[in-house]
Design a protein around this ligand. Structure first.
Ligand code: HEC
Length: 466
């Protein structure tokens, strides 16, 4: 309501968040799992005085540092940019609620950065005990940052008691917190193994060393797969009823859920029958295949987590069209054109004749506007109220595709009954005159019924004929 709208054609801005965050998640989980791997394995290598393995860990630590510090940090900042622009209200709510959690998060980042450098450059320079301690400190800080961020993303899906008692503790320990910490920790372990496989299969030629890496790195992934499944089941149980209903109603989400479990199980068995018991399996092709399966499972999981939040960004608090539940009542009374600050400015600048001496929109004058202007205003309303989830004529979940062959009356009715037509949608926030403008715009982009479709005789006509 107070913020301007960020227009991303075709893709819609929330999908841009999805793209950036999926990339980030694939790096961030490796940053956590890799930390644990390096700490445990450095300890092991020093104890066994295994110089070749230490040398391997040195190389892996470099690779790990470049990947996670450079790309992880860039995409992490990228998420801040995109969520701040695409969902300013939800971002504001998160910052207000979690300001100290985020402050702590920055501390963990600093610890991570310092310790990863000390570890990566400490081979052959630091006493083994200190060297392992740096890796352990890194692993602890990285896992702590996973815990903090998970609390925040889990909060959006189900803030639980926070809605009635808005305290920090209620927000942090929300119903989704533990299940997601478990599945994400599992995901971190699993993903780390897949990165280790990839790195090893392409860089290590010595067969003995490769078998050792393979043996050492497979076990965490098996544990990870178990944690993913346990956390995933608990995650489902702790979903709000509306998210479960969304999962059940959208068949594509159904398929995706099955896909994640299937991929996790496939990776589990591929690891179990493959690298866990057969040395020499670690070829570049095999590790690339597993890596891609892992990426697919991860990306699908994140997509589902985002999708089942609809119609909310923060469940029961911020809706997908950038209003709080409280705002929605206010906007319905005052009208969208009056209450959205930037829309109001747009009307004032482009249609000054529509504004009265108190600065309020003269709704009774809207029907007198030229059709072109009504469509233009309808489009502006669309961008603020619908573009969070729908592209325009073409693109991601484009409304144009959804209203193929609809007449204007059907469109208008649906606008008035938005949350009844589909409970993934928030209620229509505007008034009747604004619904007419939006209907004009949507009707102007509604394509005709796809040609060549045959229909049977509608039921009423059939019975009339008899
Ligand atoms: C929070 C996200 C969200 C918002 C905001 C939203 N929608 Fe939707 N809408 C959906 C989803 C999800 C569907 C189901 C889409 C699908 O099946 O592909 C949907 C379906 C629709 C349909 C098809 C309904 C049917 O019964 O076939 C129409 C029309 C529609 N939306 C119009 C709008 C309009 C107009 C607005 C703005 C006033 C809007 N939506 C705002 C998420 C949203």
């Amino acid at each position: 309501m107070r913020y301007p709208w960020w227009y991303v054609p075709f893709l819609t801005s929330p999908m841009l968040i999805a793209v950036v965050s999926v990339i980030h998640v694939l790096l961030a989980h490796y940053a956590v799992g890799g930390g644990m791997f390096l700490a445990v394995e450095a300890y092991y290598a020093y104890r066994r005085r295994n110089a070749p393995y230490l040398e391997y860990l040195r190389k892996h630590a470099r690779f790990f540092m470049y990947v996670t510090v450079v790309f992880g940090a860039v995409t992490g900042v990228g998420i801040w940019w995109t969520i701040g622009l695409a969902s300013p209200l939800a971002t504001e709510v998160l910052i207000r609620t979690f300001v100290f959690a985020w402050a702590t998060e920055w501390v963990t980042f600093v610890v991570e950065l310092v310790t990863v450098f000390l570890f990566a450059y400490g081979f052959g320079r630091t006493a083994p005990r200190w060297h392992v301690a740096f890796a352990a400190a890194y692993a602890a800080a990285a896992w702590l940052s996973l815990v903090i961020i998970t609390a925040i993303t889990a909060f959006m899906l189900n803030p639980g008691r926070w809605i009635e008692t808005p305290t920090f503790a209620a927000a942090f320990f929300n119903p989704q917190f533990l299940p997601q910490v478990i599945s994400r920790t599992g995901g971190a372990l699993m993903l780390c193994t897949l990165y280790v496989y990839l790195h090893t299969s392409f860089t290590v030629n010595d067969a003995d060393l490769r078998d050792l890496v393979q043996r050492r790195s497979t076990r965490p992934a098996l544990l990870g797969a178990v944690l993913i499944c346990l956390g995933g089941l608990w995650w489902y149980a702790a979903l709000p009823a509306s998210s479960k209903a969304a999962l059940a109603a959208a068949s594509v989400l159904n398929l995706m859920m099955v896909g994640i479990f299937a991929l996790t199980v496939v990776v589990f068995f591929a690891l179990y029958v493959g690298p866990a018991s057969h040395p020499g399996w670690l070829t570049p092709g095999f590790s690339l295949l597993l890596f891609l399966c892992g990426l697919a499972a991860f990306s699908t999981g994140e997509f589902i987590r985002e999708a089942v939040r609809k119609p909310y960004i923060v469940y029961n608090f911020v809706t997908g069209n950038q209003l709080t539940i409280h705002d929605t009542k206010h906007v319905r009374r005052e009208g969208v054109l009056n209450s959205y600050r930037w829309l109001h400015t747009y009307v004032r600048q482009h249609y000054p004749e529509l504004i009265d001496s108190n600065g309020r929109v003269l709704y009774e004058k809207l029907p007198e506007l030229a059709v072109k202007d009504r469509i233009e205003l309808g489009r502006a309303i669309f961008l603020y109220c619908c573009n969070n989830c729908h592209a325009e004529a073409r693109g991601y979940s484009a409304v144009g595709y959804l209203i193929h062959g609809w007449n204007r009356d059907m469109i208008l009715r649906t606008i008035h009954h938005l949350h009844e037509a589909d409970f993934f949608m928030p209620p229509w926030p505007g008034n009747a005159a604004e619904a007419e403008l939006l209907a004009d715009y949507l009707y102007s982009i509604a394509p005709e019924k796809p040609r060549g479709m045959l229909f049977g005789v509608p039921k009423e006509e059939e019975s009339n004929e008899r």
